[in-house]
Design a protein around this ligand. Structure first.
Ligand SMILES: Nc1nc2c(c(=O)[nH]1)N[C@H]1C(S)=C(S)[C@@H](COP(=O)(O)O)O[C@H]1N2
Ligand SMILES: [Mo]
Length: 349
């Protein structure tokens, strides 16, 4: 019954969540999007071989084994994970990178420990400012650059978890078994998989994946002059009907999701006439911090013809999703209304 994922590349594996699987609050693990810079480890590491090293600006460096980690107070959080490049192929002006449509996103309930509990155990020094994560996946390509990312200490202490469970199952191999970071409400690049080392630093980590990519800059500019991609941007997507679908007249259920990372969703409006008029959608399903909100709109359509459906979200502070995304050289954060419009055909009776 489940539609297959849309694979954009096999090596490394980059694949989208199918549209049909985004019509529920929880995205099933088996179709949850895959985004990899390097090679997925060929097999699950034996848990008794695995250690989490915590070092750098700490008074008590740690080598935590899995059993010890599991005995620590449990953290559980719903979180919508989105790749920074999601929506890139829909941008009005093209940008290089994986050609994501809307499926570089998924929502899951993650179980693990709070990063703050691990850092407190290691006792931060006064110099601690950034927290860097390194996984044990092998880099691909001749440059052999490891995927290392750091986040500010405030985020690490406030709302970051180290997850060993995804939707009630052990973290699947593709998604970082046995442990991954999740900076809640921040893009996937801040959520390192296959964690092995956490290094507390005085300043942001410097390296390819911090300084050359995952920054918002214009063509010809030094990437380092651009802001690091962190928080998810306010956005809504239409998950039913599918683009280009032909439908019969009647009352049609339009489905979608809206998310804003660290912010909540206040409202979603739907247009069925290419943005001339807007009607409120209704929320369905659960609501939780950092998680998307599912919505529906019952569309009565009598007349055959071609229609353009659009959705636009407003966050809980009253800020509205932009019509067009702010373009940048690597095509990150496409949250434009126009770019996510869906054209459908209503057939004659
Ligand atoms: N170790 C490691 N962690 C990683 C990556 C990676 O290549 N290696 N890719 C990142 C990116 S860019 C994204 S969008 C998310 C994707 O997570 P998923 O494959 O579980 O959906 O993982 C992040 N964590
Ligand atoms: Mo990503």
């Amino acid at each position: 019954m489940t539609k297959p994922m849309r694979v954009m590349s096999e090596k490394p594996l980059n694949a989208e969540t199918p549209l049909e699987s985004m019509r529920s609050w929880i995205t099933a693990n088996r179709v949850f999007f895959d985004r990899n810079q390097g090679a997925i480890p060929p097999e699950a590491i034996a848990l008794d071989q695995w250690r989490l090293t915590v070092e750098g600006e700490v008074r008590r460096p740690l080598g935590l084994d899995f059993a010890t980690l599991c005995r620590m107070p449990r953290a559980e959080a719903a979180n919508t994970l989105e790749c920074s490049g999601n929506g890139r192929s829909l941008l009005a002006q093209k940008a290089p990178g994986n050609p994501w449509t809307i499926g570089g996103v998924g929502n899951a309930v993650w179980g693990g420990v709070w990063l703050r509990d691990v850092l407190n155990r290691a006792e931060l020094t006064e110099k601690a400012r950034h927290v860097a994560f390194e996984g044990f996946d092998e880099p691909l390509g001749s440059a052999r650059i490891k995927f290392v990312r750091s986040i500010p200490l405030e985020k690490a202490l406030a709302s970051t978890i180290l997850a060993y469970e995804m939707n009630g199952e052990p973290l699947p191999l593709k998604h970082g078994f046995p442990l991954r970071a999740l900076a809640l409400g921040w893009t996937g690049a801040n959520c390192v998989k296959w964690l092995k080392t956490i290094t507390v630093l005085e300043a942001p980590f410097e390296g390819f994946f911090m300084d050359k990519v995952y920054r918002v800059f214009q063509k010809g500019q030094d990437p380092r002059s651009g802001e690091v991609v962190t928080r998810l941007r306010l956005k809504s997507i239409i998950t039913q009907p599918a683009p280009g679908e032909t439908l019969a007249p009647g009352v049609l259920t339009v489905l979608g999701a809206a998310y804003a990372g660290e912010d909540g969703i206040g409202a979603v409006d739907v247009s069925t006439d290419g943005g001339r008029t807007w009607q409120p959608a209704e929320f369905i399903g659960p609501q939780a911090p950092f998680a998307w909100r599912q919505w529906q709109y019952l569309w009565s359509v009598a007349d055959p013809g071609d229609y353009t459906l659009m959705a636009r979200a407003t966050d809980d502070q009253g800020r509205r999703q932009p019509d067009q995304a702010v373009w940048n050289a690597l095509g990150y954060g496409n949250n434009g209304v126009q770019e996510h419009a869906v054209a459908v055909h209503i057939a004659g009776a």
